[in-house]
Design a protein around this ligand. Structure first.
Ligand SMILES: Nc1ncnc2c1ncn2[C@@H]1O[C@H](COP(=O)(O)OP(=O)(O)OP(=O)(O)O)[C@@H](O)[C@H]1O
Ligand SMILES: [Mg+2]
Length: 255
């Protein structure tokens, strides 16, 4: 992905996804600018993960259009969107648990490399993968566990590894689905620090339940409620929005 100036990194136009009679995502229009820090918040079942599945290509939308850097990708498969610079983490971690931490990262680097590489040569002999993997492990404070199996490292380290894997292919748009869920307070602080230091040229869309985290990380916030956009704007606009206050203070929202 390399958009021309003024072209949004991601645009959703009137996107919906129905599961039977359930409108999990309902007529969502959303723009993410290049390098944006953008949070998606909303209660359980609001459609946040479904929205990510639509953006990454896991699910085709029932209707609507998805554009990456001005290119309509609505019909493209996940690996085709990944090749265009979309990366994501999952709400439930998806590591290779029996592989070492470094091999997880090397595989992610190789999987997203457009050049051919031979299966019969150890990944570690590809110097540029090794260098990139080493840098990612340093960045995510994983160097001290690089040779441990992924299933043996702490949960906090596994979540950091999730983000490192998503970054392995140099994405332009990074989708983070509750990267702090289940972390202890110190682990959350560490993750926040790491997210704040992400390359500013990468657009980051973050799903987060903790409003303080969402509003401190993101300059722009979209609130989903029952699949619809309840509010969208700068963090000041959204935090002042009456419907948002009602929803988060437990009042009823007319949809
Ligand atoms: N593959 C699916 N098949 C059927 N229904 C689904 C599927 N995926 C999601 N749903 C339903 O769509 C709605 C939205 O789910 P989604 O996982 O997107 O919500 P969410 O905002 O991510 O919630 P949470 O905060 O709990 O993660 C829910 O009612 C969910 O049960
Ligand atoms: Mg979810």
């Amino acid at each position: 992905m390399s958009g021309s100036p003024g072209t949004p990194c991601l645009q959703l136009e009137r996107v919906s996804r129905h599961f039977g009679g359930l409108k999990a995502v309902d007529d969502v229009t959303l723009t993410v600018e290049p390098g944006a820090r953008h949070a998606v918040i909303g209660p359980n079942g609001a459609g946040k993960t479904t929205l990510f599945n639509i953006i990454s290509g896991e699910f085709p939308p029932s209707s609507g259009a998805i554009t990456l850097d001005g290119r309509n990708v609505t019909k493209l498969k996940p690996h085709q969107r990944a090749a265009l610079g979309v990366a994501r983490t999952f709400q439930i971690t998806r590591l290779f648990p029996e592989l070492s931490v470094i091999d997880n990262v090397l595989l992610a680097c190789a999987a997203l490399d457009r050049r051919k590489f031979t299966m019969f040569r150890p990944l570690s002999s590809h110097g540029d993968f090794m260098e990139r993997a080493g840098r990612l492990l340093d960045q995510f404070e994983l160097s001290n566990v690089r040779d441990e199996r992924a299933r043996h490292i702490s949960y906090g380290a596994q979540r950091r590894l999730d983000v490192a894997l998503a970054l392995a292919g140099h994405p332009r748009l990074l989708l983070l689905d509750e990267p702090m869920a289940g972390l202890s307070t110190p682990e959350r602080v560490a993750m926040r620090g790491l997210l704040e230091q992400l390359d500013p040229s990468i657009a980051v869309l973050l799903i987060e339940h903790d409003m303080d985290v969402a509003f401190s990380f993101a300059a722009r916030v979209t609130v989903l409620h029952q699949g619809k956009v309840l509010a969208d704007g700068s963090r000041d606009e959204v935090s002042a929005n009456e419907l948002v206050q009602q929803a988060y203070l437990g009042g009823s929202v007319n949809s």
